[in-house]
Design a protein around this ligand. Structure first.
Ligand SMILES: [Zn+2]
Length: 477
């Protein structure tokens, strides 16, 4: 029995895939069950947002992590309260009304605060007062009794529940019903036991939490699940801080949670990354405790392998420049394969009709330099041309030959092109959210929305929409 326990204060992102995929796949390997648990008990600082509960479900389905049971902690507050009452009655916890500074200065010296010595009756009365709004925020917390001599002061008598003003900080699901909310370590620990979790797979930043929670388990006579702590992921050029991403969305610095600059699953999906890429990535990392590093280059190399064999090819001309070819006799049809190594997938056809011996075509501005340095270039699947002049705004050339072997002999570069009269406007949204406009083959309209394609010599991307223009989110080269 494993679990994945997101806080619905944001969508899932690259940093979430290791815990979710490992937990799900281990459960499947051993015919176990996989639980999704929404940890939404901080309406003040990590406030959940209603739409994210559903978006996380979408993310998990996309990741192929189908869950067997789902729980939402804000539905379970009375369960946490029942356990507090039991722990208070047996003297395992106490209501601490010291200021945080006072408490900290004592506990770092291994000293108990005066509240620790209260009788169960006094504690139960203070607990009632907490529940009914008798304490303001910061005035009272429930603390778990631990070893005050524990080498790590952060483990000593840790706080389990605290007051959050329900008028100032209503919860998006349960409104202003509760004055007292459990902190992460309390609700997660109670739930792991009540949900029969056998294996917890999570990052090693949770190791201290296991130490804290083990005291609670001792008080309740429970045994702690098997916990597997994997190492940190050092990312190069990828921002994985959720609080940073939430801030950027809230402040409008990015265009929502699916902005291509974010490493959210929604953004990756939009750009043409596939779940099998993330699963391979997670399997490579595994649950090893050593730290690992991750860069876009790693992810892109994996994704390229996953999508290359199925992505149809299309010529896209970004920032088009006209090309005039003289000495062209009649009309030509170029049959370009949808996939270079899979002829069975069929072809696209581009037609070129010369008028008065001149054919009018389009090239990408980014190819001007390459064209100007070459004597002869091959227009892919069409013919070879001899370059006469190449400026920023116009390329002139003369028909050279049709045979591809000629271009090979001359080591001519292969250039993608479009006829001047058969294309669709396109907008390519890059990973930095910049937009490049251009033209793409009309044949791309046969692709379903959401299809992953390769723009020849530009890179892979995913079709976001086709009307009135073709919008493609760029993935990688
Ligand atoms: Zn105290």
């Amino acid at each position: 029995m494993t679990r994945f326990a997101p806080n619905p204060d944001f969508v899932l992102h690259l940093g979430s895939v290791r815990a979710s995929i490992l937990s799900h796949d281990y459960a499947r390997m051993y015919n176990g069950s996989f639980i999704v648990r929404y940890e939404d008990t901080d309406p003040r600082l990590k406030k959940s947002v209603l739409e994210y509960y559903d978006l996380i479900r979408e993310d998990l389905k996309w990741l192929e992590c189908q869950w067997d049971e789902e729980y939402i902690q804000s539905d379970r507050i009375s369960i946490y309260y029942e356990h507090v009452a039991k722990l208070l009655a047996q003297g395992s916890v106490y209501i601490c009304t010291c200021s945080p500074e006072n408490f900290r200065s004592r506990v770092t010296r291994g000293q108990a605060c005066p509240c620790r010595g209260k009788t169960p009756v006094e504690n139960l009365s203070d607990w009632e007062k907490m529940l009914t709004g008798g304490y303001q925020e910061g005035e009272a917390v429930v603390r778990i009794k631990t070893d005050l001599a524990h080498p790590n002061p952060a483990v000593r008598d840790w706080p389990a529940l605290r007051v959050i003003d329900p008028q100032k900080h209503p919860h998006p699901r349960v409104g202003s019903k509760y004055w007292v909310w459990p902190l992460y370590n309390f609700s997660a620990a109670i739930d792991d036991h009540l949900m029969n979790i056998s294996h917890i797979i999570r990052g090693k930043e949770h190791q201290t939490n296991e130490l804290r929670q083990s005291y609670l388990y001792q008080h309740l006579g429970w045994s702690y699940p098997e916990a597997i702590h994997y190492g940190r992921l050092r990312t190069v050029g990828i921002k994985l801080s959720k609080s940073e991403m939430v801030r950027e969305v809230e402040e409008g610095l990015v265009d929502g949670y699916a902005d291509p600059r974010l490493a959210t699953l929604a953004a990756l999906r939009r750009r043409g990354y596939v779940p099998s890429t993330l699963r391979k990535l997670v399997y490579e990392l595994g649950p090893r405790p050593v730290d690992a590093s991750l860069s876009w280059e790693n992810i892109n190399a994996l994704n390229r392998k996953e999508i290359d064999s199925a992505a149809h090819r299309y010529n896209a001309i970004l920032d088009p420049v006209p090309l005039e070819v003289s000495n062209v006799d009649g009309s030509f049809e170029a049959h370009l394969p949808l996939h270079p190594s899979q002829p069975a997938l069929g072809n696209r056809t581009l037609k070129v009709q010369a008028k008065d011996g001149t054919a009018r075509l389009l090239l990408s501005r980014s190819d001007i330099e390459l064209v100007s340095k070459s004597k002869v270039v091959r227009l892919m699947e069409l013919f070879n041309v001899e370059v006469e002049s190449a400026s920023e705004n116009m390329v002139r050339a003369r028909f050279h030959s049709q045979d591809y072997m000629k271009a090979r002999e001359l080591k001519s570069p292969l250039i993608q092109w479009l006829p001047v009269d058969q294309h669709m406007p396109t907008r390519v949204v890059m990973p930095d959210a910049s937009k490049t406009t251009g033209l793409v083959e009309e044949a791309i309209l046969a692709e379903p929305g959401g299809a992953i394609v390769q723009m020849v010599r530009v890179g892979f991307g995913r079709i976001e929409s086709k009307d009135p223009e073709v919008v493609i989110y760029f993935a990688h080269r």
